[in-house]
Design a protein around this ligand. Structure first.
Ligand code: ZN
Length: 286
């Protein structure tokens, strides 16, 4: 089975620690022989040119090492930038729902096809300035997505999306520690599907390292990963590709544990037949 290592929020922050974390993940990917797909935020904050200048050398080093960048929202200023987050994320992240429910008229306008298309055109233009090619894949911030956002993606010529999380219930367990959430409860099928009017959606396997991997939780977390992946692999079809989700800042928070866990997991996955790691671009346009 093919697998894609994805890592979110490149460009989202110019804080020195964020850049340090990004560089560490790039180095680590090289050490384990993986070429990854980073989802890049084109316009965080008020001064995108400062953001790009700060990141440029880091982006170039990652590109030279074989990694790639795809599009992660426009500003990533809110989880609701492109639609509402999945209901199953409510226990671990209730704020977007409270905001959405308090201002329904605002979000109806905010999530119109016209408005989302304008956001994506701007995002695509900034992306093209940075990478000299159009983005092929979009990921909505926090997996906040809607039907109009797929229509907008299609309108700007982006036909691949990884904007849905597979099992946010299991992620909620790692954040809330509520044992009732430590279970396989997928929101979507494990194989890609087509959203109208013609955007292929590749569901993202949950980032179970999002809240870090403390030493006392290491064994439980590895066990949960394997359990979730066993379900995923059991439901896989010939079209299935494992889109593995991570965040470099979260990885860096418990760096040694997280790297050790992922390396152990990737060894285990290779024994399960997941052996062909590639970038998103290589998967969608081989
Ligand atoms: Zn993000």
């Amino acid at each position: 089975m093919q697998a894609i290592f994805t890592c979110d929020d490149a460009g989202a922050s110019t804080a020195p620690r964020a850049l340090e974390a990004f560089d560490a993940v790039v180095d680590w990917l090289g050490s384990v022989g993986l070429e990854g797909t980073f989802f890049w935020v084109p316009k965080p904050g008020e001064h995108p040119e400062v953001h790009y200048e700060t990141w440029a050398a880091h982006l170039d080093a990652a590109l030279a090492a074989g990694h790639e960048f795809q599009l992660h929202g426009l500003t990533h200023g809110t989880c609701l930038e492109f639609g509402l987050t999945q209901e199953s994320t409510r226990p671990s992240n209730p704020a977007p729902f409270e905001d959405y429910e308090a201002r329904p008229d605002y979000f109806r306008r905010e999530h119109s096809v016209e408005n989302l298309t304008a956001k994506l055109r701007e995002a695509r233009d900034i992306y093209e300035c940075a990478f000299h090619a159009p983005p092929l894949v979009f990921r909505a911030p926090c997996f906040g997505m809607c039907a109009n956002a797929y229509a907008a993606l299609h309108a700007v010529g982006i036909y691949h999306s990884s904007s849905r999380g597979l099992d946010p219930t299991a992620t909620a367990y790692t954040i809330t520690k509520d044992p009732s959430k430590r279970r396989w409860a997928p929101d979507y099928p494990c194989h890609p599907w087509v959203e109208p009017p013609g955007v292929t959606e590749y569901v993202c396997f949950e980032d179970l390292t999002l809240s870090g991997v403390p030493s006392e939780e290491y064994d439980d977390r590895l066990d949960l990963y394997k359990s979730e992946l066993e379900h995923f692999l059991a439901e896989a079809t010939q079209k299935t590709v494992l889109v593995f989700g991570t965040h470099f800042s979260a990885m860096y928070a418990t760096w040694e544990n997280t790297c050790r866990l992922l390396e152990e997991l990737f060894d285990w996955l290779s024994g399960c037949g997941v052996t062909e790691w590639l970038t998103f671009a290589d998967h969608v346009s081989p």
